[in-house]
Design a protein around this ligand. Structure first.
Ligand code: GKR
Ligand code: MG
Length: 423
């Protein structure tokens, strides 16, 4: 089997006005959809970042993969490494999108194509993708309800407000959680924090605990709290959290926080590659790593990360940025193959609109908080080319080319500055 053709299609889809430590989401999120066709007519699918620096590398590689055997992942790595070496170094991207770090170009591009090649391998074998990762240790992959503080609508919104409404108070956050749980049955709840005063966010967690007793709770201010604030909040929430995610910046800060509180700390900010992993183990900075195949170098490297976590006694959970169904299935297949997935994975998927999915049949169901892995070959999803064209045309019609939550917040508050930690 040889690769005959590779297509990388940038797309855009609506993203709600979600608040975070850097500012606020723009009205559209960007992704790229990868289709790799082999000479036996099978097509493997992938989904990755759609920001300009990643897209440039992915598009430059498309023709270079022609002729490669889809089982030759070492060959893929060599071609990706060579292409990134020739490309001009990427500029830094959005601070809260770990995959946009310039040092992650090889990992990102390799991952984008690796998923599509693993999909192709599995389709060739007539097996679900998880089988080429060693087989499923679970067929129900748990996800968490990912709550955001948010405005009702975007400033100068190009489209009508979403139907989630405003969420700036504990009552509104509980309402958001109830709706998300009613729709998807999530058992764990994560609150994206770092946007309001810490006490307002603590009040949200307390309200969630009262409204959903027994469900695992997490709070993630994306390193926007000083060590002092993180210690103060730890004292307030210590009996309420299953883990405390990136409360304060840096490996040293996290290590000090853990030393002084004993609370389990999780991260997708201070451990984003294997050298940070080593340093974190030396310092005992984090106790749970949030994996994300998009920037950890693909599904197989994510399995390696999980094994390293097992070796060093760390827990494993999963990080997410705004994404569609191909990514959701890639996340689910790798999570199905990780024995030590100790926590439900994050996903932004409930935030995406029903009519903006690129896979045939529309949005995938999440039932009882889980995505089901079936026996369907590969990732188990097909492209709806009408939808792909529609979202590509949307991409062409807008001027966002790289996520920038700071710039977007300045449209609401012209004096807004990126300060870390802010509180
Ligand atoms: O979408 O605003 C967001 C999140 O804050 C995202 O950018 C983070 O990377 O979900 C992420 C996280 O867990 O830190
Ligand atoms: Mg996080």
């Amino acid at each position: 089997m040889k690769i005959r053709h590779v297509t990388v299609t940038p797309i855009a889809f609506k993203d709600p006005p979600l608040l975070n430590a850097s500012g606020i989401h723009e009205p559209y999120a960007l992704r790229s959809i990868i289709e790799i066709e082999s000479d036996n007519g099978l097509v493997g699918l992938g989904e990755s970042y759609g920001d300009a620096p990643v897209l440039t590398v992915l598009q430059s590689l498309a023709s270079e993969l022609v002729g490669l055997d889809p089982f030759d992942l070492n060959g893929l790595r060599a071609r990706v490494t060579a292409a990134v070496g020739r490309a001009k170094p990427a500029s830094a991207g959005a601070e809260l999108a770990p995959g946009s770090h310039p040092g992650k170009q090889v990992a990102n591009a390799y991952s984008a194509f690796e998923v599509a090649l693993l999909d192709l391998q599995a389709r060739h074998l007539g097996a679900p993708l998880v089988d080429v990762l060693g087989g499923a240790v679970r067929t129900q992959v748990p996800f968490s309800a990912y709550l955001f503080l948010k405005y009702r609508e975007h400033i100068d919104s190009p489209y009508p407000p979403d139907d989630w409404g405003e969420a700036l108070t504990p009552e509104q956050i509980v309402r958001q959680a109830r709706r998300m749980i009613d729709q998807n049955g999530f058992e764990s709840i994560k609150l994206k924090a770092g946007a309001l005063e810490p006490d307002a966010e603590v009040a949200c967690i307390k309200a969630l605990k009262r409204a959903f007793p027994g469900r695992g709770l997490r709070i993630d201010p994306n390193g926007n709290w000083s060590l002092e604030t993180a210690l103060r909040v730890a004292a307030l929430l210590r009996d309420d959290l299953e883990y405390y995610e990136d409360p304060t910046p840096g490996l040293e800060g996290m290590a000090e926080l853990h030393r002084r509180t004993g609370l389990p700390l999780a991260t997708n900010m201070v451990v984003t590659d294997f050298s940070e992993f080593r340093r974190s183990v030396e310092l005992d900075s984090v106790q749970i790593v949030l994996a994300d195949h998009h920037y950890w170098g693909g599904l197989r490297d994510t399995q390696t990360l999980a094994r390293m976590c097992d070796t060093f006694g760390l827990g494993v959970s999963m990080h997410s940025n705004s994404h569609l169904g191909i990514s959701l299935m890639a996340m689910s297949h790798v999570a199905a193959a990780v024995p030590n997935l100790t926590y439900a994975c994050d996903t932004h998927y409930p935030w995406q609109e029903d009519d903006e999915e690129v896979i045939a049949g529309g949005k995938l169901p999440i039932r009882n908080g889980c995505v089901t892995i079936t026996k369907a070959p590969g990732l188990g999803v097909e492209i709806d080319h009408g939808q792909l064209r529609k979202l590509h045309e949307l991409f062409l019609s807008i001027d966002i080319r790289q996520r920038d939550d700071v710039r977007q917040m300045r449209r609401y508050k012209p004096e807004w500055k990126q300060v870390k930690p802010r509180y």
